[in-house]
Design a protein around this ligand. Structure first.
Ligand SMILES: Cc1cc2nc3c(=O)[nH]c(=O)nc-3n(C[C@H](O)[C@H](O)[C@H](O)COP(=O)(O)OP(=O)(O)OC[C@H]3O[C@@H](n4cnc5c(N)ncnc54)[C@H](O)[C@@H]3O)c2cc1C
Length: 655
């Protein structure tokens, strides 16, 4: 005999319990299943910001926690290379500070609240598979031992390695990885403080925070090696590392304290990010099961609780089929996802000191920066081009980075810039109907959108396999080289002709982490590659991202980091062409961004246009008429035939 519920929720921590509480309170018959028995721990630190504390307050979880525990309310201090942004948050429902409640305590309070709300539970029993109908819709779960439980809805809240997702055959989309691994443990006897403190240096970081009932958590972060070795070696390393940050906690304080827990280890591989489809027929994924960001910015609990709340509101309100859920989740998460991996990449003095000094000194900017953790601002509203430009100062774009640190910063940025553009394009195209994918791309009319993705997947594959065609930089001056380049890219498209778009996107996703590691300098690129190639690969992706936006009549994010890399690459190539052909100097101005003097002596002409138009003009996306009608001072004639390394489009491209 099988039981039938309105909903089976698999996984009973932040995502699952919150959804169970909401649905059970609304009168749904809910079964909450978890292979763990509570109280139970999980590998996670547990910093929570006012937005999440306010949600937990509304659910009654904070009241339950306060009744049994002393929960400190903390001020927030985040230091990068000696620059510290510190203070409270913009209040949410009266919460203007953060808290740090251990997972054993927090998750138990969530589970108890779900039980009190009326959810039935099965703990200590894993879900091993799904019950599906002949049309593929999900109608229940199979428990360990074979028992089937049927339900109108199955919610996978079962974490990163979700069994529900695996049973549905869902892939990890838009993967990303960071630099860090973590070691942490709990302590008593450390000085009392009302501060959460995090400090990051070039290759290491520490977090010290009071938790509930007088305990403290001390977390150290380092490269992947930090988490390697046996238990004893890691424990010794941890005790040595916590003493490396005297400006946060000094040796005397540590000597007076006592480590009260086993060491917890979070290797780099545990913190790799992804998205999965969020919803299908009879099922939805919430929390880590559907999307995992890097823990560097401590948003996983917040996301899990917020998604559970959203799904409950939708089911009980105006979107009972959850038709809008995936779109909402992706829009809500995308910028934070990229920010989490930027934060999981070691800072570089030349770039990060001025930026964090800026946030530390500017009260309004610092408040907004803290409120990103509180989800009141998206990173793009906080890291504005105007602020970053003002704080870092514009540098000549064609100069090579001066120091090893600056070179590392530039290459770190390359990997992330590529990832960001890849994710933007994947998000744009996934789920488009077939007819749209067959649409010709006006900027490269030989290709459909599907062909364009095949080229990019092929380019990524060729790059990591050492098979990149290095003639691309010379093709402008030699028709034979140009023909070889065209045959190379045509081969990338032809060899994927029989594949579906999803398969090609999946191949690209699979290749990209290695490619991005090479672009970031984490993994050595093939020896035969010259230094100009990594930025050129990012530039090519940026060109095609905007080609795709153009094909769909959208404008997209025109200042995405890959476009800025692309502009620098194409300006540099133009400089080379002008010099090789003996043309006079040209001054290019992109107001609000940069200017470049290409060539020696006084400029014979000046071209002024915004960064995006300039990027498109220099990458062959403007017709001769369009180039002529840009804002020129002086005679454009000596330059028009060299502005693009490619043949110009015959008709105007309006974007
Ligand atoms: C090192 C580290 C530090 C972190 N620090 C923070 C932080 O400071 N702040 C923050 O907000 N987030 C942090 N996170 C992220 C946070 O831990 C997660 O985002 C959050 O736990 C997600 O909650 P969840 O309910 O989706 O999944 P989980 O907490 O992973 O819960 C999933 C549950 O599903 C159960 N389950 C799994 N498979 C099955 C099955 N087959 N059958 C039955 N049950 C199953 C598991 O037993 C588990 O109880 C951190 C993560 C890591 C790795």
């Amino acid at each position: 005999m099988s039981l039938t519920y309105d909903a089976v929720v698999v996984g009973a921590r932040c995502a699952g319990s919150v959804l169970a509480i909401r649905l059970a309170r609304a009168g749904w018959d809910v079964l909450l299943v978890d292979q763990a028995r509570f109280p139970s721990d999980t590998v996670s630190t547990h910093f929570m910001f006012p937005n999440t504390l306010a949600r937990l307050e509304r659910l009654g979880v904070m009241k339950r926690l306060r009744a049994a525990h002393d929960i400190p309310q903390l001020l927030f201090s985040w230091g990068v290379l000696g620059q510290t942004v510190a203070g409270s948050f913009t209040p949410v429902d009266g919460y203007e500070r953060m808290s740090c409640v251990g997972r054993v305590v927090l998750d138990h309070a969530l589970v108890e609240t779900a039980v009190e709300a009326g959810a039935s539970t099965r703990f200590g029993v894993g879900v091993t598979g799904l019950v599906t109908e002949s049309d593929g819709s999900v109608a229940g779960v199979v428990l360990q031992g074979g028992e089937q439980v049927r339900a109108r809805w199955v919610f996978g809240a079962d974490g990163r390695n979700s069994t529900v997702a695996r049973s549905l055959g869902l892939k990890r989309l838009n993967p990303l990885r960071g630099d860090m691994s973590l070691l942490f443990a709990y302590w008593t006897g450390l000085p009392e403080t009302e501060w959460f403190r995090l400090e990051i240096w070039e290759d290491r970081a520490i977090t010290w925070s009071p938790c509930e009932d007088g305990s403290h958590i001390l977390v150290v972060a380092g490269g992947p090696d930090l988490a390697r070795g046996n238990r004893r070696a890691r424990q010794a390393r941890y005790l040595e590392w916590v003493r490396r940050f005297p400006s946060v906690i000094d040796s005397r304080a540590l000597d007076r304290g006592r480590q009260t827990s086993d060491l917890v280890v979070a290797p780099e591989a545990m913190m790799r990010g992804f998205f999965r489809r969020a919803k299908g027929n009879g099922w939805a994924l919430i929390g880590d099961a559907g999307h995992y960001k890097h823990p560097s910015i401590a948003q996983g609990i917040s996301d899990a609780v917020e998604q559970a709340d959203y799904v409950a509101d939708a089911l009980l309100g105006e979107d009972p089929d959850l038709g809008r859920y995936e779109k909402w989740r992706d829009a809500r998460s995308q910028e934070q996802y990229l920010w989490s991996f930027r934060a999981a990449t070691w800072p570089v003095p030349e770039r990060h000191i001025p930026i964090y000094a800026g946030f530390a000194a500017d009260e309004n900017a610092g408040q907004q920066w803290r409120d990103m953790f509180n989800r009141l601002h998206q990173p793009s509203e906080v890291y504005t081009a105007e602020r970053i430009g003002r704080w870092t100062g514009a540098r000549p774009a064609t100069s090579q980075p001066a120091t090893p640190e600056a070179r590392r910063s530039a290459s770190n940025d390359l990997g992330l810039a590529y990832a960001e553009a890849r994710i933007a394009l994947g998000t744009l195209l996934r789920g488009l109907d077939g007819a749209l994918m067959e649409r010709r791309v006006p900027a490269c009319p030989a290709w459909t959108l599907e062909d364009l993705v095949a080229h990019l997947a092929g380019e990524a594959a060729d790059f990591v396999e050492g098979a990149y065609f290095l003639g691309v930089s010379d093709a402008w001056r030699d028709p034979d080289v140009a023909a070889t380049r065209d045959a190379w890219t045509a081969g990338q498209v032809a060899s994927r002709e029989q594949e579906s778009l999803d398969a090609v996107l999946a191949e690209w996703d699979k290749r990209s982490p290695r490619l991005e590691d090479m672009l970031s300098g984490r993994t050595a690129a093939p020896d035969r590659y010259p230094p100009w190639l990594p930025p050129a690969v990012v530039a090519d992706l940026a060109v095609h991202l905007h080609d795709a936006y153009g094909a769909l009549g959208k404008s997209g994010d025109r200042s995405i980091a890959a476009s800025q890399v692309g502009l620098r690459v194409y300006v540099r190539w133009l400089e080379i062409r002008l010099a090789a052909c003996g043309r006079p100097a040209l001054l290019i101005r992109a107001p609000g961004a940069r200017e470049w003097l290409l060539g020696a002596g006084n400029a014979a002409a000046t071209l002024t246009t915004d960064s995006f138009d300039l990027f498109r003009a220099l990458s062959g996306r403007r017709s001769r008429d369009q180039l002529q009608s840009l804002a020129w001072q002086g005679d454009p004639e000596p330059f028009l035939d060299l502005l693009s390394p490619y043949e110009l489009p015959r008709s105007s491209l309006i974007e």
